[in-house]
Design a protein around this ligand. Sequence first.
Ligand code: FEO
Ligand code: CA
Ligand code: CA
Length: 626
Amino acid sequence: MPLDRRHFLHTGAAAVVALIGNDLTQATPARNEVRAGPHDGLPGFRAVPATLHDGITVPDGYEAKVLYPWGTPTGIAGAMPEGPPGAGQSAADQAVQAGMHHDGMHFFPLDAAGTRGLLVMNHEYTDDRLLHGQENQGEPAERVRKTLHAMGVSVIEVRRTATGWTQVLPSRYARRIHGDTPIRIAGPAAGTAAMRTTANPSGDTVLGTFANCAMGVTPWGTYLTCEENFHGYFGGPTAAAAQATPAQRRYRTVPGAQWNSHWRHNERFDLTRHPNEPHRFGWVVEIDPFDPDSVPVKRTALGRKAQESATCTLTRDGRVAVYMGDDAAFEYVYKFVSTDRVKPGTDAAARAANRHLLDDGTLYVARYDAGGRGAWIALTHGRAGLDAAAGFEDAAAVLIHARLAADVVGATAMDRPEWIAVHPQNGEVYLALSNNNQRGAPGQPPADAANPRALNLYGGILRWREDGGDAASTGFAWDHFVLAGDTALPASGARYPHADADLFGSPDGLHFDSAGLLWIQTDMSGPTIGKPPFAALGNNQLLCANPATGQIKRFLVGPTGCEVTGCVLTPDRRALFVNIQHPGERRDDRTGLPSSTWPDGGPPGRTPPRSATVVVRRTDGGIVGT
Ligand code: FEO
Ligand code: CA
Ligand code: CA
């Protein structure tokens, strides 16, 4: 048994005892429930095989229904343009329709029975050949606008009917927040010099959120959307790259490195003219889904990075802790702990009372030591070398350039930290590490205890237990829950926690349901799917794990070329919502057409593949996963 595993198991018993006295958990579980989590018979469905089928595969006794594909009206009264998505729709249309590339998502119940609710979801990026047509129709500045409108967040209302879940149209909650929506900037970096631009000299308001990947939910019932790969939208002439600062290089906001030509058609994306504009992206953004008139807020106290998740839990004394991954190779894992305590409740009064909680606290970064111990290191200005001499003029500089601050304090560079999920019964924290094929390459960091594979193709899930079972602790015990890959290939280095576990690669999304089952969503990159050494793993998928037994069963396989993400179950666990992102993203080598026609079907090329929210339920109405 590896040393980290031994240490993790050894500290388990003490943490269980500590958690029993924690009256902040929603319902204090009995001692044996804390220890066991879900019982041995779970998950209880018959697993589906790995497949390359261009459709959704679910277990016998389950059905999957498409609910909210790209281009669907969001449900804003008087603004519900319909029609085939793509070149025929204007930027204004796209601003009130489902965006592209659905990602993180949460279900907020609207009634006690859980038969009505709000689905709030991210739209991460766009496929411009589908959005604007193969011929790139439209005036360039209008195309930029349409691209910005196709990202951000959707708030839709859904309800359960006799025939399953449907979208409510129109709904007074329906809302699109996108790349041009005015957003307030709050916290220590707001208003500071590095946040000021020509368009916003006060440095406290920004147009838009985009590149929205994973998410979080606060204890007071607001949604956190995370700005991940914002850097690709900022650019400039390649000749200007020589003047890029170390910070710009580290954040990849370097002229010439852009993914598109936004900088030519909308000057705020031109790094040479507005170098501070990218400082206003890469944040966690708080949204009140119950108030469609509320202004979203970028919370700078949580630090700037390629923000993956922002997973909230409570400390023992009732403050909020937020776990965050920075998804790039050799980046870090962070934790924010608020200064003030959470006022209980999720109603409007509680949301107002907790409005400032994410603006004041301590940001930490994780160090994973050999032997299964780890430490949270505070990124506090004036301490641990984070001072003006090291290039950090003030607290804002530490937050805006959190990556550079984390370098100074000796954090552990990880294999692409993605989603983080907290076990609802025992407080253990699970982190998806996607892959890192640069690990151990010439000039790159070698394998280490927490990232044990050089040329890590498959990723895995690392977990930790905070000392004393308290999310405010600065020490923890960690181990690997799973090193993903194909166990039939000796070189894969895979290690599963159960002999019969189903195989997968590149875990990205993680979600714990209320019973303590862990739902794992994968994002193997399109060109690798179905090919050696990934052939046995099939298309991207959703698996269900029992952390107590190590059993992992494949629950759903997505269509060709998609990523599976955003999984969330209703509180009663009778419905599972999940996002199918970028089906058919990889073009067919021969025809140049998208490799999927999901969900609309028909001959290749006639209908565009569409990212979509899907609802899965048992045909007998039973509890999903049992
Ligand atoms: Fe957008 Fe790291 O996945
Ligand atoms: Ca992700
Ligand atoms: Ca991803």
